[in-house]
Write a protein that binds this ligand. Structure first.
Ligand code: M6R
Length: 615
């Protein structure tokens, strides 16, 4: 949830750290703070609110020149987002500064012990205990890395911690447990961060850090140890995108840029996975054909937008493979004693690869003997590392909090997995797979086509920007699209929005419809199962008869819906199962424009953070 940066090297630490925080601000933006080690002392400044507040304060009161430092951008858990609760937190003597992402579950007990020893706390956070504990270990003669190991042994919960000490001018120490941390390896400088975007302008060489490992960086060394202090080997990787991919590139918002990047992102996710004759080969599908043939049930676990991708996957997987497929919110999965075993394939979908609910669900599934396949956008993140197999979506960095290109590429990855299972298990003939693969290959240009016709959708969003509620309905794969459209509007425009399976309206929600309520209807292709199309046309009539203003997403040439639509948004014709890829795009544009018309921050909606690394 929070963004973390640590630096030591030859540059001005404050510039490197602030640049990193700018790139990580999407992770949390309640408050921000920095600390540097200069002339045997710590200098620190922190401010409530967005990073801009801190930058302004630093302009007015610059910190001393230093080449070692750390910085933090916060998504509040313990204590409101005030100056005093902002990170870094210092010990009483001001010799140790620590920043933290996650939750220290036993902090109340630790705080009580420290207070009994006379320590005076200055914040409401769980993090502050760590600053005092580190200081006491160092005062007892430990080096900072030893102190970190000793402290971590006493902590319960999930955390990434990064610390500096006034007596160690060229050293930054960090530890992680169930929370993200990567190392950037530079030339005469090294970096620590929540994700690679923080240091991508300086180096594209990164190291993965495992749980319960402690890392100490100096300008020329990176030492990783386990909690007993034994050095452990580390895996390195090269980041295959550069700093420009994480820039706005002339767009007003990252979200607009990311919506526009979707044709390319979809194409990249397909790239290299379709062989001659449409035969699929999935890199990093480390499950053997035999293991896949043994699968008796598929369970998809995910949260938020990724969960909606999972709902679409169910239709495709069951249709193409005839394997029963369940889709479950990851946060609910392990608490209901699910029936999962060796013959269950669990698919964990996550853009960030760090969502704690999904990570915990996947660990539970593996403990029960299930095989886990991750669909993920972030190389080197925890979820793919802990899975048996992985299918990366190549969407590139997604910075806007609202997920867009990640969703479309998750859909593509789900289709690929469904078809691959069909191929391996022989439930689909080669030519059938080839036909779907051809349709998939057409999607980038179809998404492009949708993007070119979005001006009326933007105008409609502006016109409806004072509405108090918008409903979304769909059938079959249009139902998850409706849920996704509603989620986008809620998170960006802070507006009441709900998605329903169209036929469910009659079982209660139709009471919400009154004169002028906008209802977005996702209409399935009339060329697919015609019964679906006919049924939704009836549903449109039912809601229109009750005064709704109908906004109909329908494929080109579908004239049957015209008499019942107050507004029609045309999308290119696609096979029914693939329609979500094109039908979601207008809903993303609608929500983005609505938020901007209502004067809200599109990229950083209130109360949210990009990756949710606490349960
Ligand atoms: O990184 P993940 O895909 O695991 O994140 C899951 C959700 O938190 C995420 O999709 C969230 O719902 C988006 N902000 C929605 O736009």
């Amino acid at each position: 949830m929070c963004g973390i940066v640590g630096y030591t090297g030859g540059q001005q630490a404050i510039s490197v750290v602030l640049e990193g925080l700018r790139r990580l601000e999407y992770r949390g933006y309640d408050s921000a703070g920095v600390a540097v080690v200069a002339d045997g002392a710590l200098a620190s400044l922190k401010r409530a609110g967005k990073l801009a507040n801190l930058e302004k304060a630093l302009d007015e009161t610059p910190l001393a020149s230093a080449t070692t430092g750390l910085g933090h951008t916060r998504w509040a858990t313990h204590g409101p987002p005030t100056n005093r609760n902002a990170h870094p937190h210092l010990d009483q003597a001001g010799r140790v500064a620590v920043i933290h992402n996650g939750i220290i579950e036993n902090f109340a007990r630790l705080r009580a012990e420290l207070e009994a020893d006379g320590v005076a706390f200055v914040s409401d956070t769980d993090t502050e205990v760590v600053a005092h504990m580190l200081a006491s270990e160092v005062a007892a003669g430990s080096g900072l890395a030893d102190a970190m190991r000793a402290v971590c042994r006493r902590l319960a919960g999930a955390f990434t911690l990064v610390a500096v000490h006034a007596d160690a001018p060229d050293r930054v120490v960090a530890a992680r447990r169930n929370s993200p941390l990567v190392v950037g390896v530079g030339d005469g400088e090294n970096f620590l961060a929540s994700d690679v975007s923080a240091f991508i302008a300086h180096t594209r060489e990164a190291l993965e850090i495992d749980d319960d490992h402690v890392v100490e960086i100096t300008p020329d060394t990176v030492v990783v140890t386990d909690t007993d202090g034994a050095q452990v080997p580390v895996r390195g990787y090269h980041v295959d995108w550069d700093a420009s991919a994480a820039e706005k590139d002339g767009y007003d918002y990252f979200m607009l840029k990311e919506i526009a990047e979707q044709p390319k992102a979809v194409a990249n996710t397909l790239l290299g996975r379709i062989g001659t004759g449409g035969k699929l080969s999935l890199d990093q599908m480390r499950l053997s054909d035999e293991e896949l043939r043994e699968v008796e049930k598929v369970v998809v676990i995910a949260c938020g937008t990724a969960y909606h991708a999972g709902l679409v996957a169910k239709y495709a997987i069951e249709h193409w493979t005839r394997i029963p497929c369940e889709v479950e919110l990851a946060s609910e999965f392990r608490y209901r004693d699910p029936v999962v075993g060796r013959r269950t394939l669990v698919i964990a979908i996550s853009q960030s690869g760090e969502t704690m609910d999904t990570l915990m669900a996947l660990r539970y599934a593996r403990q029960q003997g299930a095989r886990v396949l991750a669909i993920c956008n972030t190389n080197g993140s925890t979820i793919p590392r802990e899975s048996d197999a992985v299918l990366y979506t190549y969407a590139g960095p997604e910075v806007a909090v609202a997920s867009t290109k990640a969703f479309l590429t998750q859909l593509i990855a789900c289709y690929l997995v469904g078809l691959y299972l069909g191929q391996v298990r022989g439930t689909k003939w080669g030519d059938e797979i080839q036909a779907v693969v051809r349709d998939l290959s057409d999607l980038p240009s179809k998404v492009d086509q949708v993007l070119e016709t979005m001006e009326p959708v933007r105008a409609l969003a502006r016109e409806l920007s004072t509405a108090t509620s918008v409903l979304f309905v769909g059938r079959h794969v249009g139902f998850p699209v409706a849920l996704e459209g509603a989620l986008k509007l809620k998170e960006l425009a802070y507006m009441h929005a709900e998605g329903f399976a169209a036929a469910e309206l009659k079982h209660g929600p139709i009471a919400l419809i009154e004169d002028g309520v906008p209802v977005v209807v996702v209409v399935p292709s009339p060329r697919g199962r015609s019964v679906l199309h006919d049924k939704i046309v009836s549903n449109i009539q039912e809601i229109r008869a009750r005064g709704a203003r109908t906004i109909v997403i329908a494929e080109e040439g579908d004239d049957a819906v015209e008499p019942y639509a107050d507004h029609i948004v045309r999308v290119p014709a696609c096979p029914t199962l693939l329609q979500p890829v094109v039908a979601t795009v207008p809903l993303q544009v609608f929500a983005c424009e609505m938020a901007s018309a209502r004067g809200f921050d599109v990229d950083q909606p209130r109360n949210l953070a990009k990756s949710v690394t606490v349960e």
